[in-house]
Design a protein around this ligand. Structure first.
Ligand code: UD1
Ligand code: CA
Length: 485
């Protein structure tokens, strides 16, 4: 099969629909969580399994959900936002054949094109491969086509049984296979294409008399042959693309393969990974050239890292945009943030959702930001909480400044203007507004609006009591010092 052609099969002739089966629990995972929600390279495997079909423009794209249906739907929508999907419910999991039937129920009755059927546990499938498969299927005119591969160890996969003429006769599941069938090395990958008309007629003919008492989608092969219809198996070369994940061990293996593939692609595009073995980067992440990524860095979601960025190490980033030449020192956690160009973050900073740094900012150690828009050149270098805040440009936020945004019921906003000096240990009791060019003395509790250009302070007058310390020691330990034993 030629896998290098463009992914335009869907638009060539008849319409193309797709059904992805993702209702199973995945018993072999030994998990309370639905298998397709387990993550690879930072995203649920169902997302990566669906992406090639989105790339093909399959319409409608139907996902069959069942086990933890709500979570699976949310995960799919979260990862593939904007794509139009339909969800079919398979309330009890009676096998892949039954699941496909549930999916078909959502296909419009007048749909007359081809239907692709795939499984939700195949995260390495590529759009180009599926596109050339669909094209080959259409050229063959077969009633049913599927992709097969030759494996050295066929394991638990369904075996492709051929007749004396070498034509595909059946797919036999490993659990139902005779000893000689078990030796067959050609297996079913789980990617099928068929005209909707064939599926409408044949899915209902599947029976559950087999080792697992399930309705096997794979029985469609024998059903088609029994009706004298042509079935084609298209052999693919790239076996790693078709790994169907069933266990935690397979999850870890495929995860490692995926990670290395992503890392190789990034390095080829000009990104330095100081230690690729500890760089955990999602498939959708974009990183500019000459960016240097240190050890133990995780970057997931739709993150965009600019060019010439330095991430020293130990960072967890999801859905962030980082501008060119910014420097993330050790220990950054950031999510749903935008960081402009030439910023300096950390060490040990926590940028929560809605943080927006305009550029040339410094967010130093033990600073937490949330829903904070911070203007160009503004710095918060040490030990601060800045939440629900808008801060102007070239303002200096001193050590220990806190926006007091929460009254126990609601969150309130703090606004600070341009070119301010916010003294150390200032608390801003929100809602509150500070003008431009304001100087707030250290230790001030800001309770009300400060006009432009003003000095604000809430100092208590300082008092001294001479000789107080010696008396204090005397009261506690006759004649001794303060040191503990
Ligand atoms: C299936 C194929 C096997 C093939 C292998 C490729 C069948 C009977 N067997 O086996 O020939 O070699 O995939 O990886 O199809 N699902 C549902 N509802 C159900 C059962 C399953 O939606 O009632 C979904 C699962 O969530 C999963 C997919 O279908 O995403 C495949 O099911 P799985 O149990 O993993 O099938 P395999 O045993 O791997
Ligand atoms: Ca599987």
């Amino acid at each position: 099969m030629n896998t290098t052609e463009r992914t335009d099969a869907a638009h060539e002739s008849a319409p193309l629909a797709a059904i992805t089966l993702a209702a199973g629990l995945g018993t072999r995972m030994r998990s309370a969580r639905a298998k397709v929600l387990h993550e690879l390279a930072g995203e649920p495997m169902i997302a990566a399994s669906l992406r090639p079909l989105v790339g093909l423009g399959a319409d409608p794209l139907i996902v069959v959900v069942g086990h933890q249906a709500d979570q699976v739907q949310a995960a799919v929508r979260g990862a593939l936002g904007g794509v139009s999907l339909r969800f079919a419910l398979q309330s009890s999991q009676r096998g892949t054949g039954h699941a496909a039937l549930c999916g078909m129920a959502l296909l419009p009755e007048d749909f007359s094109g081809d239907v692709l059927i795939t499984y939700g546990d195949m995260p390495r499938l590529r759009a180009q491969t599926v596109a050339s498969f669909v094209r080959a299927h259409r050229q063959s005119g077969a009633a049913l086509s599927f992709i097969s591969v030759e494996l050295r160890e066929a394991g638990a996969y369904g075996r492709v049984v051929r007749d004396a003429d070498g034509k595909v006769a059946a797919i036999v599941e490993a659990k139902d296979a005779s000893p000689s069938q078990r030796n067959i090395r050609e297996i079913n990958t789980g990617v099928y294409a068929a005209p909707a008309a064939f599926l409408r007629g044949a899915l209902g003919a599947i029976r559950s008399e087999n080792a697992q008492g399930e309705y096997y989608l794979t029985d469609l092969v024998a059903i088609a042959r029994g009706r004298g219809l042509a079935v084609e198996a298209f052999k693919a070369e790239q076996i790693s693309e078709f790994a169907g994940i069933n266990s935690r061990e397979e999850l870890a293996e495929v995860n490692a393969e995926m990670r290395m593939a992503i890392n190789r692609r990034l390095m080829a595009s000009g990104v330095t990974l100081i230690d690729p073995a500890t760089a955990y980067i999602g498939e959708q992440v974009e990183i500019g050239a000459d960016t240097i990524i240190g050890p133990n860095v995780q970057i997931y979601g739709r993150s965009k890292i600019g060019a010439g960025v330095r991430i020293d190490g130990t960072a967890w980033l999801r859905d962030v945009t980082i501008g060119d030449r910014s420097h993330l020192k050790i220990g950054i956690r950031a999510e749903q943030c935008r960081v402009g160009e030439d910023c300096e973050l950390g060490p040990f900073a926590h940028l929560r959702e809605g943080t927006d740094l305009e550029g040339r900012n410094r967010i130093g150690n033990f600073v937490e930001t949330k829903k904070a828009r911070i203007g160009r050149g503004t710095k918060a270098s040490h030990l601060s909480y800045l939440g629900d805040a808008k801060i102007g440009r070239e303002t200096n936020v001193g050590c220990g400044v806190i926006t007091v945004n929460y009254d126990g019921y609601e969150k309130h906003r703090t606004e600070i203007g341009d070119r301010c000096m916010v003294g150390c240990d200032t608390q801003l009791i929100a809602p509150v507004k500070v003008g431009n060019d304001v100087y707030i003395a250290s230790g001030t509790t800001v309770l009300r609006e400060i006009p432009d250009g003003a000095l604000a302070m809430s100092h208590h007058p300082q008092r001294e009591k001479a000789g107080w310390t010696a008396n204090w020691h005397k009261r506690h330990q006759k004649g001794g010092g303060a040191a503990e034993s």
